[in-house]
Ligand binder design. Structure first.
Ligand code: DC
Length: 243
């Protein structure tokens, strides 16, 4: 089996559940703009696994802190907010839904005011501890059958995952994709500041630029969406069935 000729149906059959009844955690980390969320969601859908976007949890916590007037520099207050946050997040790849205290915040957490503040929350270690605890609980609630993506999943949240992938892309490819995602409304300089500064801040607490031992690196710089999904499925197939 090679990257080029792998077809999911060769291994799993179109309606087949992969490894039924057995754990299958697929942990995917990577920087912003690597295509992590869309690729992870698609892999979950094709393998009929649950899906968790952990970045959305950090974004929801940021929304909750701003909404309730918590000072993001006050780490004890941010940690307490993490513990108290009434979060409801979809674990289905087919539905994107995040609610805090019954308020649907799905579009709100993607707003620039959240993107520019989320690093302050994500670098608060006590808040990370609480969100990691919730993430592990969600994995268990889905009988350890889930695609879970973020920055520290392969290393901290689920280092025992059956499959661990670091999805990377060149700086140029990442900026290009972010630009397209934001509808071309920002100039190159604003984009570079947003994407690169946020990654630089975030990487002070978690390393998502170099693959840890046993983590497979998938470089998507020169791959389109479908090619990247196939390459990810190929890695899953190789790890589960050899080849
Ligand atoms: O992937 P994203 O842009 O939605 O992530 C939002 C923020 O949360 C980003 O600043 C990195 C941080 N994050 C993190 O520190 N650990 C994770 N597992 C996921 C996201």
């Amino acid at each position: 089996m090679t990257h080029d000729n792998f077809e999911l149906k060769d291994l799993f059959g179109p309606e087949e559940v992969v490894r039924p009844g057995k754990p299958l955690v697929i942990a995917i980390d990577g920087p912003s703009g690597s295509g992590k969320s869309s690729i992870s969601r698609e892999v979950a859908q094709r393998l009929k696994l649950a899906y968790l976007d952990t970045g959305a949890m950090y974004r929801a916590l940021t929304w909750y802190c701003l909404d309730s007037g918590v000072d993001l520099q006050d780490s004890a207050a941010v940690e307490l907010a993490a513990e108290q946050m009434p979060l409801d997040i979809s674990t289905s790849a087919a539905t994107e839904y995040v609610a805090v205290g019954g308020v649907d915040v799905t579009p709100d957490i993607r707003e620039p005011r959240i993107s520019s503040s989320v690093s302050a929350v994500a670098t608060t270690l006590g808040a990370r501890t609480e969100l990691i605890r919730r993430q592990r609980r969600l994995i268990e609630q889905h009988n350890r059958r889930m695609v879970i993506e973020g920055r520290d999943i392969t290393t901290v949240v689920a280092p025992q995952a059956e499959v661990r992938i670091l999805l990377t892309a060149s700086e140029e490819a990442r900026l290009r994709r972010r630009g397209i995602q934001l509808g071309g409304s920002q100039n190159a300089e604003q984009l570079a500041v947003q994407v690169l500064e946020r990654d630089a801040k975030d990487s002070t607490v978690v390393n998502f630029t170099k693959a840890a031992d046993g983590v497979v690196t998938l470089d998507s710089s020169d791959l389109d969406f479908e090619q990247t999904v196939k390459a990810a499925l190929n890695i899953v197939g190789r790890i589960l069935y050899g080849g």
